[in-house]
Design a protein around this ligand. Structure first.
Ligand SMILES: NC(=O)c1ccc[n+]([C@@H]2O[C@H](COP(=O)([O-])OP(=O)(O)OC[C@H]3O[C@@H](n4cnc5c(N)ncnc54)[C@H](O)[C@@H]3O)[C@@H](O)[C@H]2O)c1
Length: 255
């Protein structure tokens, strides 16, 4: 599964699932652009780890909810590596607010960070891939909640549902260019986004017991799927989502 000679962009790449993706793509030989908005020190540490694997890497500070910053991110990637072969739209946030009290600002922020960024990230990726020729891979980190209601997290579910349709529609539209667009839908993964649950033994036990595999995923278990989807082995997968959820969608009515 070599990604040697490929250049990848990972949004929200300096923590959690994004960080694991950066490391796995680098392990497979890709050059990587780490997008981040906060914690430059975490990005620098990750850059050191990628260098130690023998790969090229740059960190770029860009708020992906702003199209102008996304444009800067892609320009920096092309400047550094001359091309973009793999884009992982990973950045995401939650508000965990009920539909009854979500504010306009909360709604707009979740939609901009999760969905608008993936839409324009896909657009900019596809424009560059068409320009350079040879196709490419766009991988959208969605969630089981692209399909599965989560009461108390409606704006998040809506954004992930939008990413589901973005993946399907862009996958069909870009197929003639051999640009494959695939969603990766994780279940519960042990990352900072789930800190509240992970720090509450009762909540964690409830969650673990609802998952057929009996535990949350490690970020590396999502990253290995992303690396496969970026590889030659996944050359016939597009316009769909692959779930990595420990079986939870088939067994639980919701949490
Ligand atoms: N952890 C889970 O259980 C889980 C499950 C399903 C889907 N996901 C999805 O996986 C993705 C990664 O989440 P995670 O679990 O690693 O949590 P995380 O909080 O560690 O990662 C989210 C990343 O997005 C970045 N980010 C936030 N706003 C940004 C912005 N405006 N511009 C650029 N980057 C921004 C954050 O800085 C962070 O690095 C998210 O899209 C999330 O919805 C996570």
């Amino acid at each position: 599964m070599s990604l040697k000679g490929k250049a990848a962009v990972v949004t929200g790449g300096n923590s959690g699932i994004g960080m694991a993706i950066v490391l796995e793509l680098a392990r497979q030989g890709a050059s990587v652009v780490i997008d981040y908005v906060a914690h430059p020190e975490a990005t620098e540490e990750l850059e050191r780890q990628v260098h130690a694997l023998g790969d090229q890497v740059i960190g770029v500070k860009a708020d992906v909810s702003q199209v102008a910053e996304l444009q800067n991110l892609f320009a920096a990637a092309v400047k550094a590596f001359g091309r973009v072969d793999i884009v992982v739209n990973n950045a995401g946030i939650e508000t965990r607010t009920s539909i009854l009290n979500t504010t306009e600002a909360q709604f707009e922020k979740v939609m901009a960070v999760n969905l608008k960024s993936a839409f324009f990230g896909t657009q900019l990726a596809a424009q560059q891939m068409i320009k350079q020729g040879g196709g490419g891979r766009i991988i959208n980190i969605t969630s089981v909640h692209e399909d599965w209601p989560m009461p108390g997290n409606t704006a998040y579910c809506l954004s992930k549902g939008g990413m589901r349709m973005l993946t399907r529609t862009a996958g069909v539209e870009l197929a003639p260019h051999n640009i494959l667009v695939v969603g990766v839908g994780p279940g519960a993964v042990a990352t900072p986004i789930n800190l509240t649950t992970m720090q509450d033994p009762l909540l964690l036990k409830k969650l673990d017991s609802a998952i057929p595999l009996g535990r949350m995923a490690k970020p590396e278990e999502i990253a290995s799927l992303v690396a496969f989807l970026a590889s030659d082995g996944a050359s016939y997968i597009t316009a769909t989502t692959i779930f990595a959820d420990g079986g939870i969608m088939q067994s639980s009515p919701g949490l």
